[in-house]
Design a protein around this ligand. Structure first.
Ligand code: ADP
Length: 373
């Protein structure tokens, strides 16, 4: 059992020019926590994970596993186990041998190996596959074997690098749930790398969103969704994506502020942003962010003091089953709304949509940092 402390970690790959893949990465991972590193390809997730594993040298900063400084500790002495994207199973060995191999190398007694392999196989529901070779397994079964091989070592920390990316969508969804359950059952620290925001949102206790080697935000899935710190995080987390469009901050005669998007006025509610903060933006352009579910069609929402109303043309109504995605155009901006499937809106209609401004995000146009809080 162990937490992990990453203190001002940098990684620069030598070369011409050198590439700094990770900049000043600071994070305290609690014992037993399930933490996810997420971000687009090339943002430095794998490099960070590989530094924790000891497979990549740390250029600067300090890495602790438990209370031990491990910068210069060999991977095999770090009490971690890593599960890779490509499983890395030995093709000529049976499932049993694949799972037992690491323990054999460590000279673990045979009866203990046998007990651990069988226990892991039972938890993963692969007991009936122990005598098979990897090529006779499905992708999901291979992934379980890879997990089992990590489990038998009872590591203090599991490191998982895109473990589900080779599986088809349906299997991915079920393995997602299985890994979450496994984490609960094992009560071990998990660090999990993915580029998939759905995996991040559904699995992690906390998510670290990265971009270009920098941490953007660290928080629980719900907090990231509700209070993204900048345009990047707001756009990366959530499907369909948050809508963004420009608006100008104006002060009304009654002293309240609104964000004006063409003719539409969105109230800037005092509990979303302090008056003195928004006052500094008076007359300036900002970026508004509105999640698709904060747009509503029903007349009851139109006249509320906390809503703004836009008129939009429906380009496409996509029935998803329980809900419908409306692809709208309003004043030249594309906007997606997520409405109940009883909606009768169809392509070509011009409709009014109420925007719930208790859920309005306002971003500084230059810095792309959030103003609302
Ligand atoms: P991610 O896992 O988020 O896709 P990586 O950590 O693999 O990103 O890569 C981060 C950056 O470091 C990328 O720009 C990548 O090209 C670079 N990089 C990764 N490995 C090496 C290496 N061995 N040598 C040089 N540059 C590398």
């Amino acid at each position: 059992m162990a937490g992990i402390s990453l203190q001002h970690i940098f990684k620069t790959y030598a070369g011409n020019p050198p590439v700094t893949a990770v900049h000043d990465f600071c994070l305290e991972i609690d014992d037993k926590e399930f933490i996810i590193l997420v971000g687009p390809s090339g943002c430095g997730k794998s490099t960070t994970l590989r530094m924790i594993a000891g497979l990549e040298e740390i250029t600067d900063g300090e890495l602790y596993i438990g209370d031990k400084l491990v910068n210069d500790v060999a991977p095999k002495d770090r009490d971690i186990a890593m599960v890779f994207q490509n499983y890395a199973l030995y093709p000529h060995m049976t499932v049993y041998k694949n799972m037992a191999f690491g323990l054999q190398l460590r000279k673990t007694p045979k009866d203990i190996i046998d007990q651990k392999v069988k226990e892991a196989a039972k938890i993963l529901d692969i007991e009936h596959l122990l005598e098979r070779r990897p090529r006779a397994l499905s992708g999901g079964q291979r992934q379980r074997v890879a997990l089992g091989r990590a489990m038998v070592r009872d590591p203090a920390v599991f490191l998982l690098d895109e473990p589900l990316s080779n599986l088809d969508a349906k299997l991915r969804a079920s393995m997602r749930a299985e890994i979450t359950k496994l984490h609960k059952r094992l009560g071990t620290t998990f660090v999990y790398v993915t580029h998939d925001q759905t995996e991040a949102m559904t699995m992690g206790d906390r998510i670290v969103v990265m971009k270009d080697g920098f941490i953007q935000q660290v928080d629980t899935p719900q907090n990231l969704y509700d209070t993204p710190c900048n345009v990047f995080v707001a756009g990366f987390i959530g499907t369909p994506q948050m809508n963004f469009f420009p608006a100008t901050i104006r002060k009304k005669e009654d002293g309240h502020f609104v964000a004006a998007f063409g003719d539409s006025l969105f109230p800037v509610l005092p509990d979303r942003v302090e008056a003195k903060v928004i006052a500094a933006y008076e007359g300036k352009e900002v970026l508004l962010g509105i999640r698709p579910e904060a747009l509503r069609e029903e007349p009851i929402y139109m006249d509320q003091p906390t809503t703004g109303v836009i008129e939009a043309e429906v380009e496409l109504a996509e029935l998803m089953g329980a809900e419908t995605y409306l692809y709208l155009v309003s004043q030249g901006q594309n906007i997606i709304a997520r409405v109940p499937s009883r909606s009768s809106a169809k392509a070509g209609d011009t409709i009014k949509m109420a925007v719930d401004c208790t859920k309005l995000h306002i971003f500084d146009k230059e810095t792309e940092q959030v103003i609302t809080g």
